[in-house]
Design a protein around this ligand. Structure first.
Ligand SMILES: [Zn+2]
Ligand SMILES: [Zn+2]
Length: 254
């Protein structure tokens, strides 16, 4: 069984297709998926998905890309928290001016996660240096978490691993020209790897450019298996065990 550690099933592209999405997951042996919150306004829909489905989990957080949105306080995150805190982090791709509020918001999420002992889901885009520095400064090693949709080099992966974080690979690892990401996926210790889709975005080959969904996480796992000379079964077992080790509050469906 595989776990999609990062998807957005509440997004308008995917929400109306939920029954079909769940069926496709089952058919591809994708047993569970984590619905990731991006702001507080849409959070009730994310939490409702986890409350009504045994095999869907939810996180609580405000994405670093959102400007015109309710700013969460540490206490609010703690009160709302479900299985993990996030997604949070720094996005210097969409915000090239590297605004201070992103770092403040990020620190707020890390502090909340540490207080309640739940893992962090970290979004890092064009921001590796600051992201790793702030995680270290705030003592995020205490809870760890996942560097989601990893698109950096092996060197950056190694620094995140040193901080106690897991590395989650998305469909990007299946793209032909993703040499550095393939290298990171080859070198990351097997007991620290997760897989994800980040659906509806970033569909893996052979669906590149189309709408993504959790069932396709299988293609991500297959590619990592190919890179490491391991079977899909071995990758599934390892990444699923890693997931439940990290997301201690997520109960594996029976
Ligand atoms: Zn993200
Ligand atoms: Zn996301």
């Amino acid at each position: 069984m595989l776990v999609d550690s990062h998807c957005h099933l509440d997004f308008p592209d995917l929400a109306p297709r939920l029954p079909e999405i769940l069926e496709n997951m089952q058919r591809n042996d994708v047993g569970c998926a984590v619905c990731i919150a991006v702001n507080l306004e849409e959070l009730p829909r994310v939490l409702a998905l986890a409350e009504t489905h045994q095999n869907l989990y939810a996180t609580v957080g405000v994405h670093p890309e959102y400007t015109d949105t309710e700013e969460p306080s540490e206490q609010r995150l703690i009160d709302l928290a479900n299985h993990a805190i996030g997604e949070t982090g720094l996005d210097y791709y969409w915000h090239k001016d590297r605004p201070e509020w992103q770092r403040d918001r990020f620190r707020c999420h890390i502090r909340a996660a540490i207080k309640i002992g739940k893992p962090l889901v970290v979004h890092m885009r064009g921001s590796a240096e600051d992201t790793l520095r702030i995680l270290a400064e705030e003592g995020a090693q205490a809870v760890g978490g996942v560097m989601h949709c990893f698109t950096e080099t092996w060197d950056v992966a190694r620094q995140a691993l040193d901080l106690g974080f897991h590395i989650s690979f998305s469909g990007i690892v299946t793209f032909k020209n993703a040499t550095a990401i393939k290298e990171a996926a080859t070198n990351t210790p097997l007991n620290r790897i997760l897989v994800e889709t980040d659906s509806p975005y970033l569909a893996p080959s052979p669906y590149r450019g189309k709408q993504n969904e959790p069932a396709y996480v299988r293609h991500v796992a297959e590619e990592i298996g190919r890179l490491r000379n391991l079977s899909l079964d071995e990758i599934s077992k390892a990444t699923t065990a890693n997931f439940f080790n990290l997301f201690k509050h997520a109960v594996q469906p029976t």
